[in-house]
Design a protein around this ligand. Structure first.
Ligand SMILES: N[C@@H](CCC(=O)N[C@@H](CS)C(=O)NCC(=O)O)C(=O)O
Length: 244
């Protein structure tokens, strides 16, 4: 059986769980313990980040590489289109989501955590990556908002501009590229979990996130789209199946 080595609340691991669900593949999750578990992961995969997928003799790190592997073992539904123009666009959006969006969403979450004691406690109680927890734990309440590197105003306003454009697009289109779900949709939806936790994050995180983003009227269509996509993929049973 496929094995997914993961941190439960990593957006990159959610991306892979969404891809596995899209393909209706059965798998089991292995919870990686931040720190010590990453040494084991290094022995297994030659690097210390999650997600890692083990498929028999194949050990694959990196969410995008994992999706390519899943497309090769279970071609339907294809997450990377065969059409070269669509495939290029999917690749570019996936890369944007995994880098620019991931980094800006993570900064926005760190900033929100700096001001929201409840969110902070809920997150620390969960198995977030050690690096993330250490940052949160070491900094006094309210302090993040004064740090220029973390509270990069330009990054946050670029994030909001991009999300608003996506929201407008998804108000009239079901999918980002073409007329089918692709790795582009999954990559963007997964990273959105950092700014507004989806229902698959379970209670008490569901719906929590970054004020000014999670509750922006201009982003309503975007989060509705994400919630619909989760419903389609997980049929509401993700938290039950994935308690690791
Ligand atoms: N490019 C990688 C990024 C994976 C990644 O950033 N993983 C984070 C969790 S969200 C991680 O393992 N962090 C722990 C560390 O870097 O030590 C992917 O797409 O899978």
């Amino acid at each position: 059986m496929l094995e997914l080595h993961q941190f439960r609340h990593s957006a990159f691991c959610l991306k892979v769980r969404m891809a596995l669900a899209a393909k209706n593949l059965t798998y089991r999750t292995i919870a990686v313990t931040p720190g010590i578990g990453q040494l084991e992961l290094f022995k297994l995969s030659g690097q210390r980040q999650v997600p890692v997928l083990v498929d028999g003799d194949h050990v694959i790190a990196d969410s995008s590489a994992i999706i390519r592997h899943l497309d090769s073992i279970q071609p339907e539904p294809k997450l990377i289109p065969s059409d070269s123009q669509q495939s290029a666009l999917v690749h570019l959006i996936e890369d944007w989501a995994d880098t620019t969006l991931a980094s800006a969403a993570r900064s926005a979450l760190i900033q929100a955590v700096g001001f929201d004691k409840e969110l902070r406690e809920n997150l620390i109680a969960k198995d977030l990556p050690e690096s993330f927890k250490q940052v949160i734990n070491q900094v006094p309440y309210g302090f993040f908002n004064g740090i220029k590197e973390i509270t990069n105003k330009g990054e946050r306003s670029e994030l909001i501009i991009s999300l608003e454009k996506l929201s407008k697009l998804l108000g009239t289109h079901s999918w980002l590229i073409g007329n089918k779900m692709s790795a582009a949709d999954i990559s963007v939806a997964a990273q959105l979990s950092l700014v507004k936790f989806p229902s698959s994050s379970g209670i008490p995180l569901e719906g929590k996130g970054c004020p000014g983003i999670k509750d922006s009227p201009n982003l309503r269509e975007l989060f509705n789209w994400r919630d619909q996509l989760e419903k389609l993929l997980f049929h509401g049973d993700q938290t039950k199946n994935d308690a690791s």
